[in-house]
Design a protein around this ligand. Sequence first.
Ligand SMILES: C[S@@+](CC[C@H](N)C(=O)[O-])C[C@H]1O[C@@H](n2cnc3c(N)ncnc32)[C@H](O)[C@@H]1O
Length: 221
Amino acid sequence: MEITQKFRGVYIINGSIATENIAPQIRVYGEKLIKSNDKEYRIWDPRRSKLAAAILNDIKTFPIENDSKIFYLGASSGTTSSHISDIAIDGLVYCVEFSPRMMRNLVDLCSIRENMIPLLEDATKPRNYIHLVEKVDVVYCDVAQPKQSELFMDNMRLFLKEDGIGIIMIKSRSIDVTKNPKKVFKEEESKIKTSGFRIIEKIDLVPYKKDHMAFVCGFSF
Ligand SMILES: C[S@@+](CC[C@H](N)C(=O)[O-])C[C@H]1O[C@@H](n2cnc3c(N)ncnc32)[C@H](O)[C@@H]1O
């Protein structure tokens, strides 16, 4: 079996991407587990996780280090955030989710993965959890909501370190189902650029996700 490293903590195993499982023998979403040389890897499905799709589509900026602190908006039941927790083994992943049903699964997952912290909160109201979260290296946003760029920027302003990186996954249909996706992406890009941020990189998520674009951002000063 051929295992190569794409980024620190992100592996390519026979063409699939994977992370090393910090909770051996436990699957999060039915993913395949692979053992090699006393290590266990979890195959990371790009059709289930937009970050995996962005990595396979050659994202250049990958800001997650082993000790990174990540603020994750829209964690759902933990598919992508669990892979981030495999990478940031000595860091922390704060997981915001407002659906109580998703939160139940997330709480179970966080009890197994000590570097994940569940927060049952509405990401449009960051001041409600300002006392619970420190400054972070990465803000990751995947809430699939019409106003997601706005809430992404509000959370970056409050929680992102000056040299930190923000990643937002934009699904054009969540913003406006009637508009041409290219127009939606242009409008969201311009909103972000005129609000004090710069776009470092844009990654189209086709063929894994149709009409989705990842934007990698930082402060513009
Ligand atoms: C596309 S799913 C996220 C999938 C997840 N990021 C993954 O890759 O594993 C979007 C999630 O965002 C949550 N969400 C939407 N609006 C939110 C808000 N204002 N605050 C917190 N969570 C929100 C939804 O409940 C849903 O679970």
